[in-house]
Design a protein around this ligand. Structure first.
Ligand SMILES: [Zn+2]
Ligand SMILES: [Zn+2]
Length: 386
């Protein structure tokens, strides 16, 4: 069974799907045309499926005890497209992150899996996931039970990559262990007491306290984290004071925290809060810490990552292990529950100017899709056979 060859035979089917989804780009959980198209194609293939969560679809192929989940996100971004392709979207939303190709590749994979259903050694769940760009869809599908009935043993996510000539079609990149950093935003409100600038002793200077907090926070990375473990604690914004001649009674600081493991994430957030509160107290003020939003790190399971590496090689993909990168991806919500890996497939077109993801001019090479579909299928089949 050569899955790349089978996927190559489906290229026009996948191109049609991709271009329809591209032209009708929809965002967040509001995906009526996208869902209708995917359901229509699954019906034509005779693949059974159901809705999951607010706007997901989970299809299943095969039978048995083991279960593998394949994930494709399908939401666009709210921006006017400027790519110049003939099938460009004109509705104010743009597929500038490749979430049009992901479901097209997963539909291709569904066709191949259905054709080979009798030889499958278990169940393959195909998850068409909404709302990745707002980091909410994966968690919503998990909460709705996508990893249960049957219980998922391993999950594979795929994403295309463009914007750099190194991301050639036929290459892929994945990580063993930490793949993407956590990202958290916190707010520290320093409360002092305003007073006339000529009588500062009657007030409590909130900007002075904030300055001490900034310096004290630098202690965390330089003294409390091993030198070879990269993390970030960044005061990205400070806003305080009223006028040049008033002792500032209030100062708001915004702090960004990024790191590679959940354990370190919890440690860093705890230390930011402790240092802010204690430093404010030293200078007679008060600090109120608020966690504004955040997402844990994406940690890929080493065994599942190795399986994916072997499977990708079988379908002719030149797959390389790469170190952790500092982006975010809501597949994290799935990888936190079951052993999982995220594979990034090279899709940079040749001979045209390249633009990064989330740029309205972003273009990706459709030649990536057979590799993507074949990788989905081979990863699932091989994992079920182990
Ligand atoms: Zn994106
Ligand atoms: Zn994306």
């Amino acid at each position: 069974m050569n899955f790349l060859q089978q996927a190559n035979d489906l290229q026009s089917f996948m191109v049609d799907a991709r271009r329809y989804l591209h032209q009708n780009a929809e965002i967040g959980f509001d995906l009526p045309l996208t869902l209708a198209y995917i359901e229509d194609k699954l019906n034509e293939m005779g693949v059974s499926f159901q809705r999951i969560g607010k706007a997901g679809i989970v299809a299943t192929v095969g039978q048995g005890d083991k279960c593998v989940l394949l994930r494709a996100d399908m939401d666009a971004l709210p921006m006017m497209e400027d790519s110049g392709v003939p099938f460009a979207s004109t509705n104010g939303n743009t597929h500038s992150c490749g979430h049009d190709m992901h479901p097209a590749m997963l539909l291709g994979a569904a066709k191949i899996l259905k054709k080979n259903e009798d030889s499958l050694n278990g169940v393959v769940k195909l998850l068409f996931q909404p709302a990745e760009e707002i980091l909410a869809g994966a968690a919503d599908c998990v909460a709705a039970g996508v990893l249960q009935n049957p219980k998922v043993d391993a999950a594979f996510g795929a994403h295309i990559m463009t914007g750099d000539p190194a991301y050639k079609v036929g290459t892929a990149f994945y990580s063993r262990g930490p793949a993407l950093y956590s990202g958290d935003a916190c707010k520290i409100e320093v409360i002092g007491k305003a007073a006339h600038g000529s009588s500062s002793y009657q007030g409590i200077d909130a900007i002075n306290i904030a300055a001490h907090i900034v310096l004290a926070l630098n202690e965390i990375i330089s003294r409390e984290i091993p030198a070879d473990e990269h993390s970030v604690v960044l005061v990205g914004k400070i806003n305080g004071g009223l006028t040049v001649n008033t002792t500032p009674g209030n100062c708001v600081m915004e702090v960004s925290v990024r790191t590679t493991t959940q354990e370190k994430r919890e440690f860093l957030l705890k230390r930011v809060q402790e240092i802010a509160e204690a430093t404010a107290k030293v200078f007679r003020g008060e600090a109120v810490f608020t966690h504004v939003y955040g997402m844990g790190p994406l940690v890929c399971d080493e065994y599942v990552a190795d399986c994916a590496g072997e499977s990708m090689a079988k379908v002719g993909i030149d797959a390389k292990v790469v170190p952790t990168s500092s982006g975010t991806e809501d597949f994290t919500a799935i990888a936190a529950e079951v052993p999982a890996v995220m594979i990034n497939l090279g899709a940079s077109p040749e001979g045209v100017e390249l633009f990064p993801h989330h740029n309205p001019k972003m273009v990706a090479d459709e030649a990536v899709m057979p590799y993507g579909a074949a990788a989905y299928v081979q990863c699932a089949v091989d994992y079920l056979n182990k």
